[in-house]
Design a protein around this ligand. Sequence first.
Ligand code: NAD
Length: 309
Amino acid sequence: MVNILDGKRVAAEIRAELRAEVETLKAQGKRAPKLAIVLVGNNPASEVYVANKLKACAEVGIEAQAIRYPMDITEHTLLNEIAKLNNDASIDGYIVQLPLPEHINETAILSAIDYRKDVDGLTPENVGRTVQGLPSIISATPRGIRELLARYNIQTAGKHVVVIGRSNIVGKPMAILLMQRPYLSLPGMSASALGDATVTICHSKTQDLAAICRTADIIIVAAGSPKLLTAEMVKEGAVVIDVGINRVEITNNQSPITNTKRFRLVGDVDFEHVAPKASYITPVPGGVGPMTIVSLLQNTIQAYNEHSR
Ligand code: NAD
């Protein structure tokens, strides 16, 4: 029987824990942790993500501030603003909301972030430290997925995990976390149960993705392609984690009043047909998404605890 990995519920549980942690800090006379979010331009999807992040911070008592810049800001000016954030002692961590406009070199911007404040875990320093198994700030989505697996007591040691997608944000750091020798322990789970997986990374040039997926105990899909993972690709009892967020048009459902198209969010998994074969599966929405946001909060408190006192 399939079990839903309820990211929405687990994220709410973690937010309650974080709220208690922040309240304890304040009761000790310390200031609240502070997050800044750099937003360039007004990409509608980014606006929604930023609003959700600000709301989540408010819920746990983390101070949060969106810093907005116009679409035509130069790379040089943005780098200067990044330098100011690096030197601002009142800010524990910050993120640069992606994507950036095309005229700005994303790598140059991310590389300029002080890794101690890099609560998205995307600087070369943090990624390198993660690869070497050193304490680091871990990219939010992989951290959230690992936490979700841990809270459902799903062991990864010795399992074959297939990660579909090789992005710097999800696929690559996810694969590293799963294959590495564990050094962190999470509540309710022994350290040895996390990591230690045998990982296969697949991408758009992979030959016979279906055959590889059929050998997986755990499949993590982060491709941005609706219904990429079908039931025929999944072995009975596999754990399926759907990272994808795709906006698809609802057919035959045009609003008669506004005459506008309607959309809904779907993942990368053909949920309806895969769910009956899976032992555990994340829904979209309500699976990985809320875990990603809560990881950002955890990373901010981590940065505060490690560097700001
Ligand atoms: P990306 O576009 O940077 O990378 C996609 C990867 O998938 C690439 O490595 C590509 O090779 C691979 N891929 C694409 N089509 C494939 C196919 N047919 N077969 C095999 N591999 C294929 O994307 P990303 O930033 O990693 O995001 C992936 C998806 O996850 C997107 O839908 C994104 O919106 C979503 N996302 C969700 C969260 C969340 O919190 N839920 C966070 C980040 C990204």
